[in-house]
Design a protein around this ligand. Sequence first.
Ligand code: IVH
Length: 701
Amino acid sequence: MSAKKKGATKSGATDAPVATTASLFGDEGNRDEYLALVAELLEHDRRYYVDNNPSIADVEYDQKKKRLDALEAAHPDWVVAHSPSKRVGHTPLSGFAKVERAVAMLSLDNTYSAEDLTDFYSRVMRGLQGAGDKRVPELVVEPKIDGIGIELTYKAGVFVLGATRGDGLIGEDVTQNLRTVKNLPMMLKEKVDLLVRGEVYMPRDGFDKLNAERLSAGEEPFKNPRNATGGTLKQLDSRIVAKRPLRVLLYEVVGEVPGIATHSGLLDYLRRLGLPVYPDTKTVGSLDALLADTKVWQDKRMSLPFDVDGLVLKVNDLSQREVLGFTARAPRWAIAYKFPAQQGTTKLLDVELGVGRTGVVTPVAVLAPVELAGTTVSRASMHNWDQIARLGVMVGDFVLVEKAGEIIPQIVAVVKERRVGRESELRAIPPPSHCPECGDVLIKRPGEVALRCPNTKPCPRQLREAITFFCNRDAMNISGLGDKLVEALVSARHIRDLADLFSLTKAQLLSLPRLGEKSADNVLFAIASGRAEATLSRFLTALGIHGIGWVWAQKIAEQYLSLEQLLRTPPDAVYRLLVGIHGFGEERAGAVRDYLSDPQSQALLRKFVSLGLSPTEPVASTGPLLGKTFCITGTLSKPRGDFQKRIESAGGKFTSSVTKKTSYLIVGAEPGEDKRAAAIKNSVPILDEAALEALLRGETP
Ligand code: IVH
């Protein structure tokens, strides 16, 4: 698999001839070639991540990257800080250095209404007229991304420093972290010195995925994309930052650029330099046009891939900006316009019970409808009964509702003052004792707060949720099975367990009300292609085993390679192997063992196999390391992830524990004794980094 883009080549990319391994690694290269290769790879990164328009095929990119890695390994003294190899992060820092700046990063005054905006516009007009400028000011309208402000320094076109805002004058040096941000160019298209400001943020889909991973790893989810960005930027270990989906967008230049007289001109200039610039900026020439545009934005904001908490309005003409100047804390030529409130007070009418895929029963608040950030909210999540007890909330209460991360509304507090005189209307919310769907007695697992339906019946609601999860894009990727259809299939008893999906017939589908010939064919086609494309890791993810998201499902799949192999292995042996994998943990390994030894799931898995679904995990089919399995212990000259990628793209497999199946253990500085002992016990050859490099070049060490 491509080290970088995982099959995402856009149309327009060409399959260029690929250099042979010999021509790649056969010569020593020279420094000029190395520097040219750095620049070339950075330009490809930029085309891919900034322009969304790659001009090279993945394989070709990977070959060039391999050449770069080989040159850097052979000549560590050549390596430059802006090399693409630095994108994967670096050894952790002990703290962030302070960065003092000459031009403070100021804040913006906020406005909340059309009246406030009218006032701002008149203030700007008066300010200009007072200075003898009779022109009607033009304003640029930009989204206000809810991220973290940053300042980037480029010297002779090379990214050399990235700093946070801090207190405005003194920020923190987060260069190492920002180098890992994929759409932040390490090099500009021109060799200019530039100080540029903008926002680092986390797109919403990346945020959702990160939180899902954190939840399945038993970690606390981030409250919203902004918190996730802040938390990530403060990480001392940039290798963690490299795994988080941060992006930057830029919107201001510090200092003058000869020949450019407007802000919109500056934004164009930044685009020409190859920098990612705020999208959708618009120049308006009147107050009416400005007010109209704020309305357009209130709808548009929800369709953007990132959170926007308002707009920023800026005077376009740079000489007019100069005339208007600053107050102590903010410019007079710009203002933030915040979208209507995300919080509101409303009455809790009732609490309904939801049953999830794993049987967790959750309280769902039914609210008197309230407008929040432009949408009407009438339901909110209450998580669990511990949360209800913490809030002390009762049915009939007035509650404060907030849109967290702008998606799922939450109850954040009870307005206790509004209980006075209404005490008799209030009703407590006790935890339920039985599943609202199937009537089974609910249980609590040790150490968990959630109430669960044990699913002994089985529970139709759980099955519906499990089917939807199974078909999810990151799981079996079966599209077209919407909630209504799943519900109909379950209640018609055409699907009684997940495996029944694969024996579904056209006749069964056509027997459902309002389902035509064409839709039936589409559903069957989607199921067939899901089956055809299923890998073991997708399949294991789709089963929804407690704590096993796709990251861990991949680890399991790497070990067993096929469902049949996994089923042949005794559950206790699976447990022993999985607990040996770094980070897997006893709880997760235990959940897998429990799942595999449960007669009900054993029957289900056998049924999948009998219906022709026995997924395998693909392994690279070429390369000098084909069929070899590697494990690394101790510190090597580059992060372990680098070697992992190189081993995998050379056809090898990378594992985090030593077993009989391991071909080589690679030992670096301060190795772990366990792995070394395991290697000796299993007669696994132990090699150093130089020997690994030789193997990667196709030589025998
Ligand atoms: S201009 C002096 N433009 O909002 C001008 N800021 O509340 C300062 N922000 O600290 C910034 N989007 O982090 C500007 N299009 C945009 C922005 C933006 C988001 C942030 C920025 C700033 C904060 C002020």
